[in-house]
Design a protein around this ligand. Structure first.
Ligand SMILES: C[S@@+](CC[C@H](N)C(=O)[O-])C[C@H]1O[C@@H](n2cnc3c(N)ncnc32)[C@H](O)[C@@H]1O
Length: 212
């Protein structure tokens, strides 16, 4: 993963919460139902939980409020500082979806929202195998992220956003590794998970995976 992908978030740390609340028209559809999406992820897990890409700590808040023990993993220094200052009692570690060092905790679940697209599909497969090795039988991976039904549907969406003049969204969709449901289904299955997908808005799907 290139460091430049992570540095992009330096400029977003201060305005991120305004974006997710719908104040940025370009990202309104992506973040539609943001609170519901976070609640849906949080309610499906319990225990000791790894959260990747904590950002400003909005999902972290829901996990902590529900009484879970959270280990946050965040590669962007500014975002990491925001989460660490908001939750002084939890561990927030510098790391990413693929490269991270945790202690000897028994992990019950692994979660993230709006993060998994930072990995290429090959990297996603490697990461899921790593997560399977950390989890017990029935352990969970619950991710929510932008996913498309097909590659064609993704191209249709990019054209629609270009016509609307939402060029930041277009650039994001073309730069990052947004994938499709069939690809994800195969990657989760190969890594030993049973996975279900739930549509949350025009962009975001929830992936609810249980280790077999
Ligand atoms: C769009 S924000 C999402 C923040 C938060 N999860 C939320 O739902 O509001 C993406 C976050 O993922 C982090 N990130 C970027 N690349 C990452 C990677 N490879 N592994 C883990 N986190 C990453 C960014 O620094 C940023 O904090």
């Amino acid at each position: 993963m290139g460091r430049e992908f992570v540095d992009i978030f330096d400029g977003w740390a201060d305005s991120y919460d305004a974006s997710v609340s719908g104040k940025d028209p370009e990202y309104r559809d992506v973040f539609e139902g943001y609170e519901t999406i976070l609640n849906e992820v949080a309610k499906r897990v319990s225990g000791t939980i790894i959260e990747f890409g904590t950002g400003t700590g909005n999902l972290t808040a829901k996990l902590v409020e529900a009484g879970n023990s959270v280990i946050g993993i965040e590669p962007n220094t500014k975002m990491l500082k925001v989460t660490a200052e908001r939750f002084p009692s939890i561990k927030v570690i510098d790391g990413d979806l693929l490269e991270f060092k945790i202690g000897h905790e028994n992990i019950d679940a692994i979660v993230s929202t709006y993060v998994f697209h930072h990995l290429t599909d090959d990297e996603k497969g490697i990461a899921l195998k790593k997560y399977a090795s950390l989890l017990p039988t029935n352990g969970k991976v619950v991710f929510a992220d932008t996913v498309f039904l097909t590659e064609e549907a993704k191209q249709v969406q990019i054209s629609k956003e270009r016509k609307r003049g939402y060029l930041n969204v277009v650039e994001d969709l073309e730069r990052e590794y947004y994938t499709t449901i069939p690809v994800l289904k195969e990657l989760f299955t190969k890594a030993g998970f049973q996975v279900r997908f739930v549509k949350m808005n025009d962009y975001v799907w929830l992936m609810d995976a249980t280790k077999k």
